[in-house]
Design a protein around this ligand. Sequence first.
Ligand code: UDP
Ligand code: MG
Length: 336
Amino acid sequence: MVGCSVVVPMFNEEEVIEHTYHRLKQVMDCAEEEYEIIFVNDGSRDRTSEIVAGICRKDSNVKLIEFSRNFGHQVAISAGMDYASGRCVVIIDADLQDPPELILEMIRKWREGYEVVYGKRLKRKGESVFKKATAMLFYRLLGSLTQVDIPLDTGDFRLIDRKVCHVLKGLKEKNRFVRGLVGWAGFRQTSVEYVRDERFAGVTKYPLRKMIAFALDGITSFSHKPLKIASYVGVLLSLSSFIYLFVVLLQKWFELGTVPGWASIVAINLFFNGIVLMLLGVMGEYIGRIYDESKDRPLYIVRETTGFQRENVNTAAQQPAFVAEGRREQVEEYAG
Ligand code: UDP
Ligand code: MG
């Protein structure tokens, strides 16, 4: 068992990864802990994997997990945690937006007895106004919708103790929102503050589409309130439509203003249909997630691993069952 495992998810990061490795190594060499760096290649289509495989050959502290395709950032982090053997696990992005030097401070706090040390962003450099504004709104909306204590303005850059990691490994949900799960798990938590740098190179791997999916995962995983709001809106709308129905009937009986009102009928129709479709969409979000869970497919498929002592190399023929088995074995191993 090593002292500290550093998990780095990567998706098309060929421009930065070598540099990231050197900076991480520099920092971890000062950490006075034995360490391993676990790079998780989330189905990159560039040279990321070759570059890291080259590093693995030279440095026995470096390990590589290769996914069979792109499974997403949160799943890549989860895989890294599954394979990590450290007494603490640090999660850090590949693009050096989170300064690796902060890991030393996180380790110091961990030694003081904290089990979760998360990085709190004071400022974000080099990101668009749109991204900053939506992120700010999202964290506040999430905070108001859920009872789980998810700290504002924190990402996945954090250190967690082995105990917390063990709890997270036991959570099998498919739509993962790791920072929420860590908050849900509890334990003694503290923060270190930092200024988020610009990306070292390359472009963001979170286009708007992925950001929306991520935000929906966060909200639906930790709150039922949208469903409640949907039913309140439904009740309110049907009440107001009954009232309007009454008004229409009165008009008819007393023959008041029975001007044929095509425009108002169409407007009301469109309005109500829009609302109903929106509410159905909210239900759909939840039902889709229930469907995902019920299929019980493995969270990810590992094509190959490099540098681990017990090599979990899976061939295509063995995949899902074997991977699921592998995860289970590991969980048992840690439990024992
Ligand atoms: N990433 C990943 N899979 C994905 C998307 C992103 O592993 O499908 C990794 C990416 O390589 C990076 C981290 O997740 O290490 C955060 O992504 P990015 O920096 O692009 O997001 P941003 O900081 O712009 O929100
Ligand atoms: Mg980034």
